[in-house]
Design a protein around this ligand. Structure first.
Ligand SMILES: O=C(O)CCC(=O)C(=O)O
Ligand SMILES: [Fe+2]
Length: 275
């Protein structure tokens, strides 16, 4: 396994392994790379949908997102697709997946299937580095704080995702997503302190109004999206990215209008998170 950093605070590029065959100690070593670095992009993979599912099962459990059409023909695989004539993309703002679940997904395994000729990168940002950058005083304030997360405003008819490729499957769904999590959590494996709010799903701090929440939430979002905490995954045919939802945010660039992009995503089951 050859490992090269992608950014100063987050991300590694890995060559010299085949996920289709990876198991045992080598799989454990890859897991640690993802937990410690937030995201790993593994190049030159030959991974069929069935091998994608088998690898995800060797990693741990698979979460099926009830709001997300699978489209791929495999119930475990969500197709993240933008058609040639579509304007809005999926995941186009900074977010972490599934923070509105009681036990948020550990992360995802995203496989490039059809790429635009240029663009369509995915950015990642380190929530460990974002937390470390805060003052002692603000860290103390956040230590006692919980935040409420929901996806209803995004997945409901008329919400942001009604403009993306998910639209047809979304309409008319009964929605009620809500979870409360500490604003600062510890990574379940590494123990690192992580800022655990995000601009997509965090609605307010528990016990605070939305109006009271917004100035501080906006400040934390600004810190989390600072360039020095980011890395850029540039996709190539055969690239697979595996990220940790607790330790990172991500953002799918929407800079390839007129071209099609198709990714296959499997979401990995997480464990309970706590301060
Ligand atoms: O298409 C991408 O690069 C990522 C989209 C996204 O946010 C996700 O799959 O969770
Ligand atoms: Fe996402």
């Amino acid at each position: 396994m050859n490992i090269t950093p992608l950014g100063a605070a987050v991300g590694v590029e890995i060559t010299g392994i085949q996920l289709a065959e990876l198991e045992g100690a080598a799989l454990d070593a890859l897991k640690m790379q993802v937990y410690e670095n937030g995201v790993a992009v593994i190049r030159d993979q030959e991974l069929s949908p069935d091998q994608h599912i088998a690898f995800a099962k060797r990693w741990g459990g698979i979460d099926v997102n009830p709001f997300f059409p699978t489209n791929s023909g495999w119930p475990e695989i969500a197709e993240v697709r933008k058609a040639e004539d579509q304007k809005d993309n999926i995941g186009g703002g900074w977010h972490t997946d599934h923070s509105f679940d009681q036990v948020p997904a550990m992360g995802s395994i995203l496989v490039a299937r059809e790429l635009p000729p240029v663009g369509g990168d995915t950015l990642f940002s380190s929530m460990g580095a974002a937390y470390d950058a805060l003052s002692v005083g603000l860290k103390q304030t956040l230590a006692g704080l919980n935040a409420v997360h929901s996806a209803d405003h995004i997945y409901q008819p008329g919400g942001y995702y009604s403009k993306t490729d998910l639209a047809d499957e979304m309409t008319g769904q009964e929605l009620s997503t809500r979870a409360v999590h500490p604003v600062v959590i510890r990574h379940p494996v590494t123990g690192r302190k992580l800022l655990y709010i995000n601009g997509a799903f965090t609605t307010h701090f528990e016990g605070w109004t939305r109006e009271e929440t917004l100035p501080l939430l906006r400040y934390l979002i600004e810190v989390g999206s600072r360039e020095q905490f980011q890395c850029c995954v540039q996709w190539e045919p055969g690239s697979v990215a595996i990220w940790d939802n607790r330790a990172t945010w991500h953002l799918a660039m929407n800079d390839y209008h007129g071209h099609r992009r198709v990714m296959h995503r499997i979401t990995l089951t997480g464990e309970p998170i706590a301060a």
